[in-house]
Design a protein around this ligand. Structure first.
Ligand code: BES
Ligand code: MN
Ligand code: ZN
Length: 497
């Protein structure tokens, strides 16, 4: 789908589908008012007849409205009066996406100023509209051979602005939004791919493709490199698998050389059986999403490179499978991590922290401005925060605050959890420097505390996306989160509004 920004008036917009917002109550948004006037009150009459439901996201389609240049008018309920906020706006965009999918219209014009939520800017409305619609139009059906639903007719969307010049900021927001949507799409598709196709080697090939397409630096470390570096924890996880492990290093340089990079580290377990500490069978298929952190890192790099963001960023993806087998790591095994610290692996299903700890140690060589790891790390985080907020842990409060603010901005929200020393004793081991599990209480916190032992020299944050990276049930699938958050964070750090 193509997006553009144009200055047009609602009555003159020559489009297959003119989208006009409607708030609850008497007053209509400006462009809706203007269109209604040109149409001799036809829009108000339709509304007065009660044909548009109250719920935000409801739509009403009118055809051949006299006085308007558009072929169709789609009235879109934004929200009830006084109750229009960011979540109502998201709801409205979801409804709009669903309605547009069902129409024969090839193009649509959406009056973006009408979406404005109090306290949010026009660039914000541009980003929300693009990301919301792209999300609604995302499909993953490359592996279905039959009964493919016909693709939607819609190919282009105009973000229309009436009676105001188009600012450079609005144009920059459009570019950012399209690139972010491309990045989120990549993350979703990688997450949705089955584990027999999306292997560590596949992720490495995807990274190589990105490197070619966007002129990024790339290096893929193999098993022998990991052995040379002493990555005993990562190597312990991959032991049971026939798929070779990979450590992907992808570099985007959009700022001056001397500017320290943001390093993003993504958990890339392409399938998590639990290993010898085998998971129960029900819904085990969902553990193909255990590489969502990796997907979001590749997606964020694609987004930043695609929009030529003025930042330096490095993506680090430790990737392997967690399988049982004759060669697999046993509960009780003790390994030496790249940091030199020893770990007693009491549960082979706590594998994410094992591959991340070596990648985090490796991250130090880039002298990062900050390191953020992204991981579907714990079921406990899903219990704590559900599917709404990503769990945020950080050893630097400024970094935590910046991530929280970026999450609010992108509506890809995080909630900070404690990383207090008091929890560290749960990781005590009788036989090694630490155990890899901390018992049932505060499971997401002790997982983060484990990682904290490898990031003492870094400004570091950890995002537990176990609840937010994918949905289960009928709508099972990857969400592309937290690509919007990561991209917004990087841009805000670079001074972009
Ligand atoms: N990949 C899982 C975490 C997970 C569980 C994500 C459910 C999404 C939904 C992770 O590797 C894992 O198995 N964690 C264990 C840790 C435990 C053994 C300390 C968990 O959460 O049960
Ligand atoms: Mn696991
Ligand atoms: Zn896992």
């Amino acid at each position: 789908m193509q997006f553009s920004i144009r200055a047009v008036s609602p009555e003159q917009a020559k489009t297959a589908c003119l989208v006009l917002g409607v708030q609850g109550g008497e007053t209509l948004p400006r462009s809706t008012q203007a269109a209604d006037k040109a149409a001799g009150g036809a829009l108000r009459r339709a509304l007065a007849a009660g044909d548009l439901a109250e719920k935000s996201g409801s739509t009403l389609l009118l055809r051949d409205v006299a006085g308007l240049a558009a072929e169709r008018v789609l009235l879109l309920r934004l929200g009830e009066r006084g109750k229009y906020d960011v979540s109502a706006c998201r709801e409205a965009l979801r409804g709009l996406g669903a309605a547009l999918k069902g129409l024969g219209a090839k193009d649509a014009a959406l009056f973006i100023g009408d979406l404005a939520v109090a306290g949010r800017s026009l660039p914000w409305a541009v980003r929300s509209a693009v990301l919301g619609l792209r999300e609604a139009f995302y499909r993953f059906e490359q592996l279905k051979t039959q009964k493919k639903p016909a693709p939607s007719a819609l190919v282009s969307v105009t973000l229309a602005i009436a009676g105001a010049p188009i600012t450079l900021q609005a144009r920059a927001a459009l570019k950012e939004a399209v690139a972010t949507a491309d990045g989120a799409d990549l993350a979703r598709t990688l997450g949705n791919l089955p584990p027999n196709l999306c292997t560590p080697s596949y992720l490495a090939d995807e990274a190589r493709k990105l490197a070619r397409q966007y002129k990024l630096g790339i290096e893929v470390l193999e098993r022998k490199d990991m052995e040379r570096l002493g990555m005993g924890a990562l190597l312990a996880v991959t032991r049971g698998s026939r798929e070779p492990p990979k450590l992907i290093v992808l570099r985007y340089a959009g700022a001056a050389k001397k500017k320290k990079p943001l390093v993003l580290v993504g958990k890339g377990i392409t399938f998590d059986t639990g290993g010898i500490s085998l998971k129960p069978g029900a819904e085990m298929d969902e553990m193909k999403f255990d590489m969502s952190g990796a997907g979001s890192v590749l997606g964020a790099l694609r987004a930043l490179a695609g929009m030529r963001a003025p930042v330096n960023a490095i993506g680090l993806v430790p990737s392997c499978e967690n399988m049982p087998g004759g060669a697999a790591t046993r509960p009780g095994d003790i390994v030496i991590t790249m940091s030199g610290q020893t770990v007693e692996i009491l549960n082979t299903d706590a594998e994410g922290r094992l591959i991340l700890c070596d990648a985090l140690t490796y991250a130090q060589r880039f002298e990062p401005a900050a390191v953020i790891d992204i991981a579907t790390l714990t079921g406990a985080c899903v219990i704590a925060l559900g599917h709404v907020a990503t769990g945020l842990f950080a050893n630097d409060q400024k970094l935590a605050d910046a991530l929280r603010a970026a999450g609010e901005d992108a509506w890809d929200r995080v909630w900070q959890m404690p990383l207090w020393e008091d929890y560290q004793e749960q990781l005590r081991s009788n036989f090694a420097d630490m155990a890899n599990i901390g018992g049932r209480p505060a499971g997401s916190v002790t997982a983060a505390c484990y990682l904290a032992r490898f990031t003492r020299k870094l400004k570091w944050a950890h995002l537990d996306i176990a609840g937010t990276a994918w949905r289960s049930g009928r709508e099972k699938g990857s969400t592309g989160r937290p690509v919007p958050l990561l991209v917004r964070y990087a841009l805000r750090q670079a001074g972009r509004p």
